[in-house]
Design a protein around this ligand. Structure first.
Ligand code: PLP
Ligand code: COI
Length: 342
């Protein structure tokens, strides 16, 4: 049982420094052995590549405490693989997949007291990241890197938890065609800070970005993919080379098809067809499945008839099944759960 004095059921999505973080350095062309450390602070050159040219990437995954006391992570192998691909695109030395998994095991086990109790609604968010550390001044990749992972207990990403959120169509774009939208680079989030603050000032939880080339197709939000449900109960989700390949979305598509028997389609979604859908949700590690009640587009509101006040029935079934798998109350497909030995 967790022994920290925290009001687990009322946690939001905010950073709390926990006891240990895992650190490994890349110098002279190789990664060192890595270790758990206690210091949450980092010092580096004022001209570090990450500070000047934003050479950084990250991941997000979660650990769960099951009713029988086991501690598990959800599909960390897919985070390891995505971080590998992201690093290659940013000219960073990829952190080996097996080392990534071992690092997750170590940092979760070391912070076991911070894993929220079963049934509290909170989870342990795990944030692996990597950045170019040595000084550069010409535009070039760093030679030295730090891979670091901290953990922090979290509640719902959006205030209000299961209450449907409202999105708006922004005047900004998220990711260029053939740009970095499909990797988890820090720079994708830097560019989203102004649009998301503007959205908040206007009363919206997030922006729903359209494709920058034609502004006719739905892409995703700043921190989650999007799913729609048709009036016939089919799950439709945008296909695009410039959205992040969400692990939650990949899992939801499987759950929809194999657990709930739904028809599932990944295809281009025109913004003009959005009013025909009856439910909408955002999906991601932080967002889990957050229902969307309304999308505002320059003076026009699109409301989802089955999910305005509370999650629509299919969104709810998807949420219950996915979180059941994560919490151990629904049997998981082979290979989706990695137990952490404490
Ligand atoms: N899209 C963006 C832009 C994200 O930041 C995230 C969060 O990781 C997702 C989608 C969801 O991805 P995942 O389900 O792998 O967490
Ligand atoms: C995650 O879901 O893990 C993310 O990285 C999204 C971010 C907006 C918190």
């Amino acid at each position: 049982m967790s022994n920290k004095n925290i009001d687990w059921s009322n946690l939001g999505f905010a950073y709390i420094a926990t006891d240990y973080r895992y650190v490994s350095y890349f110098t002279e062309g190789k990664w060192d052995d890595g270790a758990l450390v206690k210091d949450p602070e980092i010092t580096m050159s004022e001209s570090a590549c990450v500070l000047q040219y934003n050479q950084s990437c990250f991941e997000g995954l979660k650990a769960y405490r099951w009713e029988d006391g086991r501690i598990v992570m959800f599909r960390p192998d897919l985070n390891a693989e995505r971080m590998y691909t992201t690093a290659q695109r940013l000219e960073m030395p990829p952190f080996p997949v097996e080392r990534f998994l071992d690092a997750m095991d170590q940092v979760v086990a070391a912070n076991a007291d911070w894993i929220p109790p079963y049934g509290s609604g909170a989870t342990l968010y795990i944030r692996p990241f990597m950045y170019g550390k040595n000084a550069v001044i010409g535009v070039k990749p760093a030679d030295e890197y730090e891979f670091r992972t901290f953990v922090t207990p979290v509640g719902p990403y959006f205030k209000g938890g299961a209450t449907p959120v409202a999105l708006r169509i922004p005047d900004f774009d998220r990711a260029a065609p053939r740009g970095t939208g499909n990797i988890k680079a820090g720079l994708n989030y830097a560019m989203s800070l102004h649009p998301v603050m503007e959205a908040h000032r206007e009363g919206y939880a997030e922006n729903l970005y359209l494709d920058p080339a034609t502004r006719t197709k739905v892409e995703e939000t700043g921190g989650a993919n999007v799913i729609f449900i048709t009036k016939d109960g089919e799950l439709v989700t945008p296909k695009s080379d410039s959205i992040l390949p969400s692990i939650t979305r990949r899992s939801i598509l499987y759950v929809a098809e194999h657990y709930l028997g739904l028809k599932v389609t990944e295809r281009e979604v025109l913004f003009e067809e959005v009013p025909e859908f009856v439910e909408c949700g955002l999906c991601g590690t932080a967002a889990v499945i957050s229902p969307v009640g309304r999308i505002h587009d320059h003076g026009r509101d699109i409301c989802f008839p089955n999910g305005m006040e509370q999650p629509g029935p299919i969104t709810k079934k998807l949420y219950d099944t996915l979180t059941g798998i994560q919490n151990g109350s629904v049997e998981a497909p082979e290979g989706w759960i990695r137990e952490v030995k404490i």
